[in-house]
Design a protein around this ligand. Structure first.
Ligand SMILES: Nc1nc2c(ncn2[C@@H]2O[C@H](COP(=O)(O)OP(=O)(O)OP(=O)(O)O)[C@@H](O)[C@H]2O)c(=O)[nH]1
Ligand SMILES: C[S@@+](CC[C@H](N)C(=O)[O-])C[C@H]1O[C@@H](n2cnc3c(N)ncnc32)[C@H](O)[C@@H]1O
Ligand code: SF4
Ligand code: SF4
Length: 335
């Protein structure tokens, strides 16, 4: 088994796989309704990688050093028979961790099947406990209760749960202590994500980013925060525990504290393009190779080549004032 490094010396360890570009929500920061409306052209079914294709590629990525897979989207639970894909991926030699990022709405239906297929953990997105705020942010008027039911179903099925909250100044930042209180006495780590300028449609403005340092100071009203050691190199979230022992929080601070230096994440879009950065404009068409009957050696060589040429560090460059246009949408590349 070989492993490789990119142009900045970073290994390839994680593969984030988008299984659909569709979603049952329209979060304003990700798929704003005015863009992703009834006429939006989502990918036709035949353009999506099949489970066989995803399995084959994942096994090749594992040969090149990938240890962790994350299924995402769009909303991954909209992809029919997703537990079957999990079962296929769980059998791949070298894969140590499989996770799923979801908005939670379909977890009451699928949590048990996912667990039975070999999934160990899920990350559920929930931006507010205030129904008006959450309904507005998810663009569909869906209540936080529905997501909490999904979280409960996941926990009951034996899945480890993390919760992701995107923070936007003036939208949900007034209600964050309620969320923190809600999860403090649970085993579910709550992670606050700085609103990011991903894609081209979410009208990102720096003024709407609440720096994690500001949030941390607010959370300290509940109890002082003590930093925790990273569990792995390249960990996205900075983790803290409350000094009174009642829970864990994390901060994902791509805007105020970029973490490109250790970024070992590749991304596979639902239509089979390989991207080396969340903010990339172009991907490498692995599906064309797959469907052009390339053998494993040719696919391995192509992936190696792409990774070895990689010098992406978008968040660091943004922090230095660089502007980039033509970025792919989050729902297509996978969050
Ligand atoms: N800028 C940037 N943001 C990222 C990257 N990876 C993840 N994120 C952001 O962080 C959020 C959380 O990612 P998750 O996959 O839930 O978290 P994680 O910390 O990678 O996952 P685990 O540690 O495996 O639980 C994503 O939804 C993105 O918004 C990255 O490489 N770059
Ligand atoms: C694109 S979603 C896909 C998975 C699933 N639909 C969900 O919402 O969890 C993955 C993650 O990206 C986050 N995200 C989407 N747009 C974002 C943005 N502009 N800034 C920060 N995080 C964002 C979401 O909150 C979610 O946690
Ligand atoms: S963040 Fe997730 S749930 Fe919200 S619109 Fe994007 S893909 Fe859908
Ligand atoms: S901005 Fe790109 S290189 Fe930097 S951490 Fe995110 S995905 Fe990795």
């Amino acid at each position: 088994m070989s492993s490789l490094s990119d142009a900045l010396g970073r290994p390839l360890r994680d593969l984030r796989i988008s299984v659909t570009d569709r979603c049952n929500l329209r979060c304003t920061y990700c798929m704003p309704r005015e863009v992703f409306g009834p006429d939006y052209a989502f990918l036709p079914r035949e353009e999506l990688l099949t489970f066989e294709e995803i399995e084959r590629l994942s096994a090749l990525f594992a040969q090149l050093g990938v240890r962790k897979l994350r299924l995402t989207g769009g909303e991954p639970l909209l992809r029919r028979d997703l537990p079957e894909l999990v079962a296929r991926l769980a059998r791949i030699r070298g894969i140590e961790d499989i996770a799923l990022t979801t908005n939670g709405l379909l977890l009451p239906r699928y949590a048990r099947a996912l667990r039975a297929a070999g999934l160990k953990r899920v990350t559920v997105s929930l931006d507010s406990l205030d129904p008006d705020t959450f309904g507005r942010m998810n663009g569909m008027g869906v209540t936080p209760e529905r997501v909490l039911e999904g979280i409960a179903a996941a926990a009951e099925a034996g899945l480890k749960v993390k919760v992701n909250t995107v923070v936007q100044r003036g939208l949900n930042d007034a209600h964050l202590l309620d969320l923190a209180r809600r999860f403090r006495d649970t085993p579910h780590a709550l992670r606050f994500i700085e609103f990011m300028d991903v894609g081209e449609t979410n009208r990102w403005q720096l003024e709407q980013v609440v720096p994690s340092s500001e949030l941390a100071a607010r959370l300290a009203q509940l109890a002082p925060l003590e930093p925790l050691q990273p569990t792995a190199r390249g960990e996205v979230a900075r983790r803290y525990r409350y000094a009174d022992g009642r829970g864990e929080v994390g901060f994902i601070s791509s805007v105020t504290a970029p973490f490109c230096g250790d970024c070992s994440r590749a991304r596979l879009s639902s239509d089979g393009l390989l991207y080396t950065c969340l903010f990339a404009g172009e991907g490498f068409d692995l599906k064309a190779l797959l469907r052009g009957a390339a053998d494993d050696e040719a696919l391995l060589a192509a992936i190696r080549h792409v990774w070895e040429a990689r010098d992406d560090r978008y968040s660091e460059l943004r922090a230095q004032g660089a502007a980039v246009t033509g970025k792919i949408e989050m729902s297509r590349i996978g969050g």
